[in-house]
Design a protein around this ligand. Structure first.
Ligand code: AMP
Length: 284
């Protein structure tokens, strides 16, 4: 597996692969990789000739009060996992390589979409995500890029950015990978104490309950959301940021449940903010 730390190195390999007529898949990550990330790499592996994974904790998507410094990192372990899953090239740049000191250009969706759900408490987050993903697209020039449904708003926003900016890249959404107890795998799970880990199961419990209500034919979104909120509130260590039903493409609130509706939540367990969701009718 090639480890590339500079943009130029990546470009050299990509140029060779493109000359050989090989397709390239990109999996953007912030490292501290787990089976959720691995599922994206596997999907890319089976879809593309060459698989590139970026491993970069992107500072522009963190607000000053967030966990940029504390964000877990373990590049050696990441490389091991990526080798096992057949990654061809891992792009592991420094912050300086990705952002020159006077960088002042951002990619931002200027409507309500990035202001909903996570955008309410993380107002600059999706501007940072769009900017870094856009840069990665320009560096790697992938044919396909793979994102997890776990970050459903991010996936919808990337699809929108690709459409609005006419990127010739196919965006592939991949299902949420969960631990055996139901907790969605996340690099941030490492922040949880043993007690908090148990408490965190309330997120997936509420998700599964919501899914069951929907499968039983309940179409009143507010009723489903209220029951899910009740369930979460019963857990002492849980503090709800939001539980919402929105249109799966626009992220705007809906009252009626139908196929394509996204039911998403962000919940603090102690100090750790966790997210989870499901899409009515399954992912497209
Ligand atoms: P991150 O490193 O957290 O920025 O995530 C990188 C990519 O992996 C994103 O597209 C995430 O949605 C995806 N991802 C993270 N956790 C999971 C999971 N449990 N299941 C599926 N995809 C995931």
């Amino acid at each position: 597996m090639i480890i590339a730390k500079t943009i130029n190195e990546v470009r050299e390999y990509i140029a060779i692969w493109h000359k050989e007529g090989l397709s390239v898949g990109l999996v953007p990550t912030m490292g501290y990789l787990h089976e959720g990330h691995a599922s994206l790499v596997d999907r890319a592996r089976s879809n593309c000739d060459k698989v590139v994974v970026s491993d970069f904790v992107n500072p522009t998507q963190f607000a000053p009060n967030e966990d940029l410094e504390a964000y877990p990192r373990d590049f050696e372990h990441d490389c091991q996992l990526l080798e096992e899953h057949g990654c061809d090239l891992v792009f592991y740049p420094s912050v300086e390589e990705m952002y020159s000191p006077n960088a002042a250009t951002y990619v931002e969706i200027l409507d309500e979409m990035p202001k909903q759900l996570c955008g309410k408490t993380r107002p600059i987050h999706f501007r940072g995500v769009c900017t870094i993903v856009s840069k990665l697209f320009n560096i790697v020039k992938p044919d396909k890029a793979f994102f997890g449904q776990k970050d459903a708003q991010q996936l919808a926003i990337i699809r929108r950015m690709v459409h609005d900016l006419s990127y010739d890249i196919e965006i592939i959404g991949c299902p949420i990978v969960r631990e055996s107890g139901g907790l969605a795998k996340s690099s941030r799970n490492t922040y949880l104490s043993v007690e908090e880990r148990k408490a965190a199961l309330v997120l997936s419990k509420a998700i599964f309950h919501g899914e069951k209500m929907v499968s039983e034919g309940i179409i009143d979104a507010n009723k489903v959301i209220a029951e899910m909120k009740n369930m979460i509130s019963a857990e002492k260590l849980a503090n709800i940021d939001y539980v919402s039903a929105v249109d799966g493409e626009t992220m705007m609130p809906v009252d009626e449940i139908k196929n394509g509706v996204l039911i998403a939540m962000a919940v603090y367990i102690g100090k750790t903010r966790l997210i989870d969701n499901f899409i009515v009718g399954g992912q497209k």
